[in-house]
Design a protein around this ligand. Structure first.
Ligand code: ADP
Length: 491
């Protein structure tokens, strides 16, 4: 920033061959005293042009009739020399027409010498300078926008909402579709999508314009050579000037999709493996349990006290293994549907779970509170039974030595979602473990004395995710725990 910009001095260059007029202008400016001016006077165009070359001039007052040039040429030459500097043309009463022509050619304003006074001059200069500054700022921000649009990493398309025709796109759009701009602009926006889905995308486009809401969804585009590319589209309807336009930003998500597919395959293989192994293990455990039972029954005497003790230990271990394998199998199947999705009363499911767990609840003298607003839900009933069962078993298991143990099952309507919760007043969970406890085989040190496999919450999460919901816990150590889960409402 130069010194005069900091102190807001306006540097005016007066190109005027008449010394009397020049003096007059200087006096007018001095008299107004409202803005600090620095007036430089030259009496020839050639000197004026040289001065403009040196820069730092905010405004030119230009007499069109000079010894070395006349009329519009004077303006054209000056304007060409410094197109960014505003020029105010000075004219006589008789050549207003020429002055007007100069304004048409780009002069900021004109002043008739015979009519001008201090205020008029001041106003004209300030206006010319400010307008030029505003234009400069606008040009700068337009250029910034143009560069951001053109060089954005994502493909951007503009389309006319009325006709659906693409009106503008950027470099990344050309790369995405393997087409040049001429092949994209003027085409219907549906042409960027695979032809067999034209109707689908046309419908989305129309709906989007009608609702004027933002779109954020996955889609597919087709390149010039027929390659289908998965994309994430964010679109919005915007007013640019007087015109409405629809802007779509397309991000290529091929890599992410590929990684997701690979992950899905690996998970599938892992699940198959777990399923097969646990299934085989289950058969072996049943054999161990069967033969130990027979041994105990038929060879009691021969085994003696020690032998019976050993067998009891084998039985306990086999039982533990059975629970573990049962849970492993449950986990490997948790994402799969057991019973078909249908409308079911969540109250009935909860009633069944609590009645099946009745003995354990009674044993601990636990008070059970079930909300009366549990709704009908669209779900795989057996899976949701499993969710409530695991949550209740945990609530009972991790009650600690609460004086009046209580478990509450509740519900909140969350618009598009059902939200359930199971609350206990047991030992609680330190917030730093709130995410970890949902991992497979994750058990907390402080609860290791309780029977468990560390799979219960992992199973719940898998089931809830396959129902389009989420599960989380809110708790503090020693202050009980509330497990929440949501289910998508759908029919
Ligand atoms: P498991 O109960 O077999 O250990 P889970 O996956 O069901 O496995 O639970 C993981 C861990 O989360 C438990 O070991 C326990 O430390 C903690 N936890 C689960 N539910 C509760 C609860 N209601 N109160 C306190 N801690 C809990």
């Amino acid at each position: 920033m130069t010194q005069h910009q900091k102190t807001k001095i306006i540097r005016v260059l007066l190109i005027e061959d008449n010394p009397g007029d020049a003096r007059l202008f200087r006096e007018m400016l001095v008299e107004t005293r409202r803005i600090p001016f620095d007036l430089e006077w030259v009496d020839r165009l050639s000197t004026g042009l040289k001065r403009l070359d040196d820069g730092d001039i905010d405004c030119v007052l230009l007499d069109l009739s000079l010894p070395d040039t006349q009329g519009l040429d004077t303006f054209a030459t000056t304007h060409a020399k410094a197109p960014q500097v505003p020029i105010i043309v000075l004219t006589g009463l008789d050549d207003e027409r020429v002055a007007l022509e100069a304004v048409r050619m780009g002069a900021q304003d004109f002043l008739v010498k015979e009519e001008v006074d201090g205020n008029l001059l001041l106003h004209a200069i300030r206006y010319a300078v400010e307008r030029m500054r505003a234009e400069k700022a606008l040009r700068k921000s337009e250029e910034k926008f143009r560069l951001a649009f053109e060089n954005a990493g994502d493909a951007i398309f503009w389309a006319d909402p009325e006709t659906g025709l693409i009106t503008k796109c950027n470099k990344a759009a050309e790369t995405l579709l393997d087409k040049n701009r001429d092949e994209i602009i003027g085409q219907c926006q549906t042409t960027i999508h695979p032809p067999d889905k034209t109707e689908y995308y046309a419908k989305i486009f129309k709906k989007h314009i009608k609702t004027k809401g933002a779109v954020d969804q996955e889609a597919e585009v087709i390149t010039k050579y027929g390659k289908i590319i998965p994309v994430r589209v964010t679109a919005s309807v915007t007013m640019v000037g007087e015109k409405l336009l629809i802007q779509g930003i397309f991000r290529d998500i091929s890599e992410r999709k590929q990684a997701e597919e690979e992950l899905r395959k690996i998970n599938q293989e892992l699940e198959n493996f777990v399923h097969v192994v646990s299934h085989d293990l289950k058969t072996s455990i049943i054999t161990v349990q069967g033969f130990s039972a027979r041994l105990l029954k038929n060879y009691q005497e021969k085994l003696g006290k020690r032998g019976r003790l050993y067998l009891e230990q084998i039985k306990t271990s086999a039982y533990r293994m059975e629970t573990f394998v049962f849970n492993l199998l449950a986990l490997s199947r948790a994402g799969l549907t057991v019973s078909a999705f249908k409308n079911a009363s969540s109250l009935e499911i909860v009633k069944k779970v609590t009645s099946d767990l009745g003995d354990r609840l009674k044993e601990n003298g636990t008070e059970l509170i079930v909300a009366d607003n549990l709704p009908t839900i669209y779900c795989d009933g057996e899976r949701i039974y499993q969710v409530f069962q695991n949550l209740l078993v945990n609530a009972i298991k991790y009650m600690g030595d609460a004086k009046s143990p209580a478990i509450e099952i509740g519900y909140q309507d969350k618009g598009d979602l059902h939200q359930f919760y199971v609350r206990d007043n047991g030992i609680g969970i330190d917030p730093k473990y709130h995410k970890k406890i949902f991992e497979t085989f994750r058990r907390l040190k402080e609860t290791k004395d309780q029977e468990g496999t560390g799979l219960g919450l992992a199973i719940i999460e898998k089931i809830i995710n396959s129902h389009g919901g989420k599960v989380w816990v809110e708790s503090e150590k020693g202050k009980g725990a509330t497990f929440y889960f949501t289910l998508k409402k759908s029919s």
